[in-house]
Design a protein around this ligand. Sequence first.
Ligand code: NAD
Length: 434
Amino acid sequence: MKIAVIGTGYVGLVTGVALSEIGHVVTCIDVDPSKVEKLSKGIPTIYEPGLEELIKKNISSGNLHFTSEHQNGLPDAEVVYIAVGTPQRADGAANLDYVEQAALDIAANIKQNIIVVIKSTVPVGTNFHIKNLINQHTTNGVHVKIASNPEFLREGSAVKDTFHGDRIVIGTEDEESAEILAQINEPFDTPIIKTDISSAEMIKYSSNAFLATKISFINEIANLCESMGANVEEVAKGMGLDHRIGPDFLKAGIGYGGSCFPKDTNALVQLAGNANHEFNLLKSVIEVNNNQQVLLLDKILNRFGNIQGKRVAVLGLAFKPNTDDLRESPALVMIPKLVSLGVSVIAYDPIAVNNARKQLGTEISYTEDLTEALKNADFTVIITDWPEVKKADLSTYNQLMKEPIVFDGRNCYDLDEVKKATMEYYSIGRPDQA
Ligand code: NAD
């Protein structure tokens, strides 16, 4: 099939590349010409394991094209995916400006009846709104059908998730569109669920809200464990073996971040409010997460009192390992607070340093070398559980730092190993090793 994908961010790029890999002829369109220039040369604009090889392979085979001009990608397309951002507005609701602009771009450029597939995460009702917007603005008598195909990939394993996901949700108005989309997606090794459009839109928000709830729940348990002398890892293990609960997303830590959970939980609270429903559970989930991001700072201040003038190694800037994405990363909360308390920060991340510099500026120093970060640090704060951090030899803290004092927001290390390493170690929901 001839497919166009509007937006080449984390979702659009991976979707376009994956669709080209399974045999479709795909044109990825992005309004950012610098992205298009790089991608056309086979240079990925995001860090995602396995993506570069697939981009290069499918450009060479002629299945994958990039353009910044909608009139180059849209007229021939039989199916058009919208994968532009839906960031959070000041009131918490999803900002649909980019999706609406993409709709107008479609209306201005299509030459035949097509199916428009919305991959962006959008509030219930948006698919119908976008369909109407396009059909009101087409000039040559053509019209579109709409389909909701929410995305569930995880940054850091986006390629793997796209080829071997847990499910593909296809929400349509009619069986014919559902069948066409099922055929497009059939080569992916993933079960397909066909629903109505509103349910598909709701599945995405409910899934993210549920996962965020699991994280805030275990973080609350972790905080209780600290007051009661229990160990949250033992508790989570004991809980997770119950099949009704399951072991995933029961890892206590400094809280969730990223481009999805914070904005999607807020958007669902707003969406519920519009339907006169107070989503109190989800409001608490958000509040717990906001508090969780600063608890580690309380531990630091309890330990030191005044931290002015100290040198601090912050390990990890990305919101999670294997991505260069900093959106809503706990690092963006922690680092400015540390700086405001007068410390000098050296931040380590293996791949997110360039993105971080744009957001955190020159007030702190950056390194892609873990040992460089630890050298002469008064204390270390772990924000992201990068494999490089998790597999670090614990004696390095002792060897390189002024004093081996570590505040671990991701519970990277086994407490028995920590004891052997004679370091001062504070983690989340586990007994301190002071
Ligand atoms: P992103 O910000 O990384 O990328 C969006 C891209 O769209 C940008 O490159 C931008 O230049 C481009 N764009 C905007 N308007 C355009 C237009 N009119 N025409 C062409 N290009 C345009 O966003 P993302 O992280 O890929 O997220 C996209 C959507 O997918 C969001 O709704 C998000 O909630 C959802 N989602 C994201 C993830 C994730 O892990 N990032 C996972 C699941 C769902």
